[in-house]
Design a protein around this ligand. Structure first.
Ligand SMILES: Nc1ncnc2c1ncn2[C@@H]1O[C@H](COP(=O)(O)OP(=O)(O)O)[C@@H](O)[C@H]1O
Ligand SMILES: O=C(O)[C@@H](O)C(=O)COP(=O)(O)O
Length: 426
């Protein structure tokens, strides 16, 4: 089928979040992990390409996303979506802005919008300021993120140093007046040469208005929630047809493992909840990994009954993360942990694990790549933005869920495995 919407996500959890929300429409959504090697084949109406480029050097991220864009164009897509985190995870250099500008240049687009709002998960934007629940972004736990600490809540100020062309705002007062008013405001801003427009949204109705106003834009950018209404609009005018059900659960052996490299506040609570239930757990320490490698963790895993879904986690409090980063450097600390969790994932699969719960975006990228997963079928959501996915890994069918750091309820790890069992029983 010719692809109508082509999406590029800057990390793997973000990609499953986006794919899960788009799939709510009943349209077939295909998720590729990395840019496929060959030309497009067996394409879906909506194609999502997951990249691991959120914290990559800018030039690398730009080159990789442009390659993804070419592949999606070859699949027939004429409308595109650049998905980044609902907490706008980025540095002063990028990669949200530089990638958007590169995609705009390739597409000949004069203007795009930026809307990371995700009201269902507590992310809202008012007067260009991003809130996480009731807290401004810079006062939320995102201020302590190991790789992209967010120390400003104002999206215009965050974006401006990342781009070369002017940044502006379409505020909630305009969005509240409806799609025509928003369109007129975007046109007015375009007339003033404003290429990058942050758009306020505090509720799902705002996102519907924005999607309606921007449905014909060559490139939209944002979190998953602003893309979610698009398929319904195209279903209504016949551009798309509903042709998919959530993927059904394949036959799976019982072995399960939980791997957590996220240090977000919610993941810390989820790890505490899981260990509090008496589940077997092993804590990975970056300093011990640097000194001795992952053998102790591999030995511990080898002695586990995978029926009990053991947890391996590097998840730590901000002061412990800072201590490891001070000794090893931020990038090295992250890399050691990601590499260890990736190796443990492969060992778990060899040991019989077929159910994987993974927490953390960078972590999910490392684990999925190590498991040689190239395509995911999207199943039911466990929590908003976190679906179960099914894939081939080394010739075995696996179920895997990639949980974004801040998503899911406190009992997510146990709940995810229960949800999968319930889907199998249904
Ligand atoms: N104890 C730790 N010390 C330092 N870095 C860590 C530690 N635990 C995990 N990390 C790193 O922190 C990063 C967390 O990012 P990520 O997996 O994207 O989680 P999130 O989804 O919460 O952003 C990863 O690179 C991971 O390897
Ligand atoms: O938009 C979101 O919040 C998520 O889809 C996402 O991108 C999360 O990234 P991580 O927190 O790094 O998993």
């Amino acid at each position: 089928m010719t692809t109508v919407l082509g999406c590029i996500a800057d990390d793997f959890t973000g990609a499953t979040d986006l794919a899960g929300l788009l799939a709510r429409s009943g349209v077939r959504v295909s998720l590729r992990m990395g840019v496929p090697d060959g030309p497009p084949s067996d394409t879906a109406a909506v194609e999502v390409i997951a990249l691991k480029c959120r914290t990559a050097p800018v030039a690398e991220a730009v080159a990789e996303t442009r390659r993804a864009l070419s592949w999606l164009q070859a699949a027939g897509a004429r409308r595109f979506f650049w998905k980044y985190c609902s907490t706008f995870d980025s540095t002063a250099k990028g990669n949200i802005g530089p990638v958007a500008e590169a995609l705009m240049a390739d597409l000949g687009a004069e203007q795009t919008i930026y809307c990371p709002a995700f009201p269902e998960n507590g992310r809202s934007i008012f007067m260009g300021n991003l809130f996480v629940g009731r807290q401004p972004l810079a006062e939320s736990p995102m201020k302590d993120h190991p790789l992209t600490p967010m120390r400003d809540s104002n999206l215009m100020r965050l974006l401006a140093p990342q781009v070369t062309r002017p940044v502006g705002l379409a505020d909630r007062l305009t969005v509240a007046q409806g799609a025509e008013a928003l369109k007129a405001e975007l046109d007015r801003l375009a007339g003033e040469g404003v290429a990058h427009v942050v758009v306020d949204a505090v509720a799902d109705e705002d996102l519907s208005t924005i999607a309606q106003a921007c449905r014909d834009m060559g490139l939209m950018t944002g979190g998953s929630a602003v893309a979610a209404p698009l398929p319904a609009l195209w279903l209504a005018d016949g551009t798309l047809s509903a042709d998919a059900k959530a993927a059904s659960v394949p036959d799976l052996d019982a072995g399960a493992v939980v791997l957590s490299g996220s240090c977000s506040a919610m993941t810390r609570a989820q790890v505490a909840d899981y260990t509090g239930r008496g589940r077997p757990a092993f804590r990975l320490d970056p300093l011990a990994l640097e000194a001795e490698g992952p053998q102790a963790a591999l030995d511990w895993l080898a002695a586990q009954d995978l029926g009990g879904a053991p947890l391996l986690y590097a998840t730590a409090e901000p002061e412990d993360v800072r201590a490891a980063q001070d000794k090893l450097g931020t990038a090295r600390a992250g890399e050691i942990v990601e590499r260890a969790l990736a190796r443990l994932a492969v060992a778990a699969r060899e040991q019989g694990a077929r159910r994987f719960v993974v927490a953390g975006g960078e972590t999910s990228g490392a684990v999925t790549q190590a498991l040689a997963v190239t395509r995911l079928d999207i199943g039911r959501e466990i929590a908003p933005g976190v679906p179960w996915c099914f894939a081939d890994s080394g010739g075995k069918q696996i179920a895997i869920t990639l949980k974004s750091g801040n998503f899911g309820a406190q009992d997510f790890f146990a709940g995810a495995l229960d949800t999968l069992a319930a889907l199998e029983a249904a």
